[in-house]
Write a protein that binds this ligand. Structure first.
Ligand code: FDA
Length: 325
């Protein structure tokens, strides 16, 4: 169900009281606090999942706001270590000030990535909309050039530029390249992006192929069967799989907390049965755990950005038993 009906559901939901949006979102957001996120991770650890945690909130309007994210992520690193969780971090570069002051934003990100490195933890720079695609890639390259290598970013299959970006990062980082590939949540203009479902799936699958042939660490972030099935058969053609050391001659060294050259990633609350099936076959599966006080703003923004989420809202409303945390 997409199109006009989905848009109507989204239009209605964003006018609903906060408690209703909270009820719809509770399956996708771990809670308000670090303790909530820890509890969810402890539960999902029993399903052989590992994690990447996101403190909710995105673009900020003053540099002072970046301090909130820096402090919260610092506390999060401590909580992950203290609770012995298999988790890394996902951060939004604009929440650290990248669009307000490039240099200060870079320093904030650099300090956090260094703090994570001291704890042997990886940091993923989530990819936001096209205004920051190049800056985000540049931050990763600059950090690697400074010798700070526990960091990577995300490619959005829907963007026309993505295959070129994969080649660029392969040249810049060689076997140190470590990416998440997803379709891309932001509905970008048709001048720079595919807009139809099958084109987006085709482009995302082509990106997976290019990343695998480049020797990059490939985190496949999708709940869509055609993407996952394509990734599984591409992995098979490289003889990559659970329990097998990455056989690609151009691959980087194995990394702490990572799979053998690849892993699957899914969002909290989405397609748990499929994730568990992959985990049962031995694939490394990572769950993206968003939490934070800004859950309401996050939920509303996501609803407005991508009205196809309306299908999930309608399902939660019509079949409430499917809307479990
Ligand atoms: P698709 O949207 O076609 O979903 C396939 C099926 O999965 C649906 O039919 C439905 O059954 C189920 N499903 C999907 N979303 C659901 C939901 N919210 N609730 C319930 N069911 C749902 N994007 C981006 O631009 N930058 C980024 O950094 C990231 N990071 C990221 C990390 C991780 C771990 C994931 C899984 C995704 C992202 N994304 C992202 C989002 C990504 O780009 C994409 O928008 C979503 O994953 C939806 O695309 P799918 O490939 O899952 O297919």
């Amino acid at each position: 169900m997409t199109g006009w009906f989905s848009k109507v559901v989204v239009g209605m939901t964003i006018r609903m009281p906060k408690w209703f949006v909270g009820w719809v979102s509770r399956r996708y957001v771990a809670g308000n606090t670090i303790a909530d996120a820890v509890k969810v991770m402890q539960r999902l650890s029993k399903e052989n999942a590992c994690f990447t945690v996101d403190v909710l909130g995105e673009e900020i309007s003053t540099m002072a706001e970046a301090q909130y994210f820096y402090d919260e992520y610092a506390k999060l690193i401590t909580a992950i270590i203290e609770n012995d969780l298999d988790s890394n971090l996902s951060i939004k570069p604009t929440a650290f000030g990248l669009l307000i002051n490039r240099e200060k934003g870079y320093q904030n990100i650099r300090n956090l990535v260094q703090m994570a490195a001291q704890n042997d933890m990886f940091v993923r720079l989530d990819m936001e909309d096209h205004r920051v695609t190049q800056d985000t890639i540049d931050v990763v390259v600059d950090l690697h050039n400074e010798g700070i290598t526990n960091v990577g970013t995300v490619y959005q299959g829907r963007l026309f530029r993505t295959l070129g970006d994969i080649d660029y990062l392969e040249q810049q980082l060689g076997p140190g390249a470590d990416y998440r590939i997803c379709k891309g949540i932001y509905l970008e203009p048709e001048e720079i992006s595919h807009t139809g479902y099958s084109e987006i799936v085709g482009a995302t699958n082509a990106s997976i192929d290019r990343m695998l042939s480049a020797g990059a660490y490939c985190a496949i972030a999708s709940h869509d069967k055609p993407v996952i099935d394509h990734a599984l058969s591409a992995l098979e053609s490289y003889k990559m799989g659970p329990g097998i050391d990455d056989p690609r001659l151009n691959a980087g060294k194995p990394r702490n907390g990572k799979g053998p050259g690849y892993e699957f990633q899914m969002l909290l609350g989405v397609r748990g049965p499929l994730r568990r099936k992959l985990a049962a076959k031995g694939h490394r599966t990572r769950v993206y755990i968003p939490y934070g006080e800004k859950w309401y703003e996050y939920s509303i923004r996501r609803l407005k950005e991508n009205p196809t989420v309306g299908a999930q809202v309608a399902k939660a409303f019509l079949m409430p038993w499917t809307n479990r945390p």
